[in-house]
Design a protein around this ligand. Sequence first.
Ligand code: GAL
Length: 441
Amino acid sequence: MPSTIKKIFSNRKNKETSRNKPALAMGSRRFCLTLLLCSCLSPTAYGEGLQVLHWWKSASERQAVNVLVSKLAEEEVTWLDGVIPSGSGVGASIVLRSRILAGDAPEVAQLNGVLISEWDKLGLLLNIDAAGNNGKWEKLLFPTVLTLVRPHGHFVAAPLGIHRVNTLFYNRLLFTRYGLVPPRTWAEFDHVATKLKRHGILPLAQSSEPWQVMSLFETLVLSEGGAPFYRDLFVNKTASAFADERLGKALQHLRYLKKWMAAPVLERPWNAVTAELAGGNAGMMVMGDWAKGELNAWGHVTDEGFGCTAVPETAKYHLYDIDTLVMLATQKSFRTAQEKLAKVTMSGKVQADYNQLKGSIPVLRNPDLGKMDSCSLASWKLFASGAQAQVPSLAHRMAADEVTKDAMIAEVHHYFLDDRLSVAQTQRRLGVIARTTARIK
Ligand code: GAL
């Protein structure tokens, strides 16, 4: 590890104070006992305690996290919850970076996408080969996930699940009532939206939170240009792609879709948008399938209260977002507990239970298909069909570095909010971001 990085981890003052924070609540008696012990005794009295920094706070996210907490407790390790609630981890990422710079890194953090490879190069991440090699992860994982968690020949991240971002949710009760069919093309989408509007229903639930605008926009890029064009733009950052008329069309489409959204489009958390669909105020929503986990947690059964399908004209693609935990290379005394957590994430039962609650699919080539509903099964089959179907989400850190992602999200958000900004101007600005960030690298 570089010496500067070693220093970063050396300031462990006040550690015990934050470590004594209680873990999150969960149903089992065993965990209540864990909580009791945590609040009275030092963390080491009940096995080892690990601080885990993550951003999952919604009903389904808590349920999914609880699967990890209880399995970890069976290994005599306490999950010390460091939740920084923030859609897509915007706030959590800032806190994580600040804590590392302050020399107070947590033992475990939710760190997704391209950052894994970058932080591994910096020597920030713990090598978890013991868990990965003993657990035969190489054989078990989808190749794309394997590359993500083993970027430079060593395992440095523990994979949890795969979300599909290009998911169109629709309220089934409304669709049945008005005789509507889930749209496969944008022309069909307009037809459905027109009918919904005529019946006084908001056609498309959407938030103006920057990452949510980008999540919608990237699906439009995918539908407009397909995977090769999408990769040219967001992965390879090819200059000519930013001047391409397909990018212009996707931008126009984004603005056009405002016609079907509430005016103004308010900045709301993703679960508030999901509640609008669940309550029947809105007929459709484009959202990653974490919304499915949430709808299920609220008592809405897949294919009964709601349905999901691909965003129009993107059916052959899986725009993916993979959730992962990394173990930070902090004090040696945490190693065993950190390795235990890594092992827990890949247990077949945890993969099945966690992903069923979270709305995602297991990272495994041969998972338990029995627990999957129709949306998950379709997602898993498409992802399993191979690399040509898999497209990395920019909004969710899978396609580009953090600087590129943040700058592009800001630009698209600005364009979405301000109708005076022209398509050509926005294309030029996105092109400048691509050129400058390419130079930084
Ligand atoms: C994604 C994350 C999901 C979910 C979503 C909404 O980036 O991978 O698990 O948390 O954000 O916050």
